[in-house]
Ligand binder design. Structure first.
Ligand SMILES: Cc1cc2nc3c(=O)[nH]c(=O)nc-3n(C[C@H](O)[C@H](O)[C@H](O)COP(=O)(O)OP(=O)(O)OC[C@H]3O[C@@H](n4cnc5c(N)ncnc54)[C@H](O)[C@@H]3O)c2cc1C
Length: 538
């Protein structure tokens, strides 16, 4: 193989895009190669095409000069590798300048977007139009893209929380420069390209998620109609033992569609990390917070060992009935169930100061905590500082006004295994993960999401300060142990970080098939080498 001719490629890309959209200065390349954990990949350039034709041109030049391209939408894939490609020597293809909302249908509930469209942008778009449709937002920054998240099969909080399950009509630029549309969108003149996922024949959508087969340049995302009524609920259990029966109850309610959205359950560590930075003073500089210390924080700050939140969506009558069924299901369990509607929240806000004066109970703190959660449940993205606070958990400097976990050397690695929605399974997963995390010196911050009626997506976070010598290595060792223990017990991840994409024990025939597809679609291996590949190289 010839070695890549980087300077000629840069010249050609510069001619195509204009000098301001081709960057190769050391500072830019260093920033682009920095994630929330240790990375060593060298990046050749950052390219910022303006449209689909320029993307095709970039691919042609990349193929000619043998420099692989790594496409990103907004590149905020924090905890999984940010913008960094899994392999050395790529040029980043940052497609965030393609940021148009191309079509919108209030009746059929969809929007067609380009990859640079962010959560903030779609939320503002819907608000401006006075739309009665809700988007589904993640708990990450409002400036994250919609498409990058969908392609990672990320998730959010409403009944449309399983993002990849609510999209269709992908437009994809293949490594050859050809363009395809998926589902019914591939028929010229089709009236159902935005609403009919399958079309006829083989369905290809899945091939372009968590893969390196194409650059997605547009996608239709379905939006949910605003329900007549909405009410959130919160349930907390005070002991570890409360988790298994809670999961079994929530599964029953999800299976019978009493609950129609993803339900989130956070442990005490996760809640504390969402409220404040590490309590260095109270802990006298020691890490990690032990379970005994955590009991004191729980008591002081008033949250539970496990803290569940979810919402009811429907007509007023449906919500009343769901409340009755939820109350009945959770009656036997030791925990507190509370309902909160937006109207009640508004009232609490109005009277919080008077209430504090009368009772000395500072409701304002609870309101500040609960308000963004209620927003997410109605498809409203959080502010960047609300969303990214937890990434600064172990930092000794305060959360900046413009948080950027890569720049600020926040240490963050997610491991996200999936378990059956059965109490015993989830308990086993949580026990083994908590044990490994605590023994490795990290707080076991765990969130559990009943994303579908049958599955629980756990997100185990390893949060640390990259400026403390040795912590990067310690976190990576702990991650390896978590992955090993979880997969041995049968809990495989739903999504991977760039450092671990070839490490799962997969079926050989499956690996070979994926590899054959890659060879057929991308014979020059020009697109995102190493991204979710199975480790086969021949
Ligand atoms: C505190 C915190 C909370 C978070 N909460 C959530 C959460 O609730 N849910 C969740 O899912 N995630 C969450 N995340 C993780 C992450 O920030 C989001 O998933 C985010 O949306 C991903 O970044 P992005 O949208 O910029 O995607 P990108 O980084 O642009 O894309 C992700 C990957 O997809 C591929 N890709 C992107 N665009 C294209 C394209 N056009 N064509 C082909 N391939 C492409 C690339 O390989 C890229 O690396 C959280 C992170 C933090 C730090």
């Amino acid at each position: 193989m010839h070695s890549p001719d980087v300077s000629s490629a840069l010249e050609h890309w510069t001619q195509l895009l204009g000098p301001q959209f081709v960057q190769s200065d050391p500072e830019t390349l260093h920033a682009a190669g920095t994630a929330t954990f240790a990375t060593h990949q060298k990046i050749r350039a950052v390219l910022r095409p303006a449209d689909r034709d320029q993307i095709i041109g970039c691919l042609r030049i990349a193929t000619q000069f043998r420099i692989p391209l790594y496409p990103i939408s907004t590149g905020k894939n924090w905890g999984y590798g940010s913008r960094v490609p899994p392999r050395d020597g790529c040029a980043l293809l940052d497609v965030s300048r393609l940021d148009r909302i191309l079509s919108f249908d209030e009746d059929l509930g969809y929007v067609t977007v380009e990859p640079g469209v962010t959560q903030r942008q779609l939320f503002a778009f819907l608000k401006e139009r006075g739309s009665r449709l809700w988007m589904d937002a993640t708990g990450s920054s409002p400036d994250c893209s919609l498409i990058g998240n969908v392609l990672e099969r990320g998730f959010g909080h409403t009944p449309y929380g399983d993002h990849f399950a609510h999209v269709c009509g992908l437009e994809v630029v293949l490594p050859s420069g050809q363009i395809i549309h998926t589902g019914a969108a591939r028929f010229a003149g089709s009236k159902t390209g935005e609403i009919s996922r399958w079309g006829v024949g083989p369905s290809l959508d899945g091939l372009f998620s968590q893969s390196n087969f194409g650059i997605v340049t547009r996608m239709t995302i379905w939006l949910m109609p605003k329900p007549e009524a909405f009410e959130a609920f919160f349930f907390r259990c005070e002991s570890a033992g409360g988790l298994a029966p809670l999961i079994d109850s929530l599964r029953r309610l999800r299976m019978h569609e009493v609950l129609r959205s993803s339900i989130h359950i956070a442990n005490d560590y996760k809640v504390l990390g969402g409220i404040e930075q590490y309590p260095w003073e109270e802990m006298k500089g020691r890490t990690p917070i032990s379970p005994a210390d955590m009991a004191v924080f729980r008591e002081k700050l008033g949250f539970g060992y496990w803290n569940a939140s979810g919402a009811l969506y429907g007509t007023q009558a449906q919500i009343s009935e769901a409340k009755r069924l939820l109350t009945r299901e959770l009656r036997e369990q030791a925990g507190q169930l509370k309902f909160l509607s937006p109207q009640k929240l508004r009232l609490a806000k109005r009277f919080a100061v008077a209430f504090h004066l009368m009772t000395r109970w500072d409701l304002r703190r609870t309101i500040a905590l609960v308000e963004p959660v209620l927003g997410l449940m109605q498809g409203e993205p959080m502010s960047a500082s609300q969303a990214l606070r937890s990434a600064y958990w172990r930092k000794r400097t305060p959360l900046p006004a413009d948080p950027d976990p890569d720049r600020d050397k926040c240490g963050l690695l997610w491991y996200a295994p999936v378990a059956p929605a059965k109490g015993e399974d989830v308990r086993q997963l949580v026990d083994l993960a908590s044990d490994i995390l605590l023994r490795s010196g990290f707080e076991p911050m765990i969130s559990l999401t009943l994303l579908t009626p049958r599955t629980v997506y756990a997100v185990l976070s390893l949060t640390y300060d990259r400026e403390v010598p040795g912590e990067d290595e310690k976190a990576m060792t702990c991650y390896g142990q978590l992955r090993e223990a979880c997969t041995r017990a049968g809990y495989f991840p739903y999504r991977l970080g760039i450092h671990s994409m070839a490490a799962l024990p997969e079926q050989a025939a499956y690996q070979q098939l994926v590899w054959k597809l890659k060879q057929a679609i991308d014979p020059e291996m020009i697109l995102a080498p190493g991204r979710y590949d199975s480790g086969i190289t021949e």
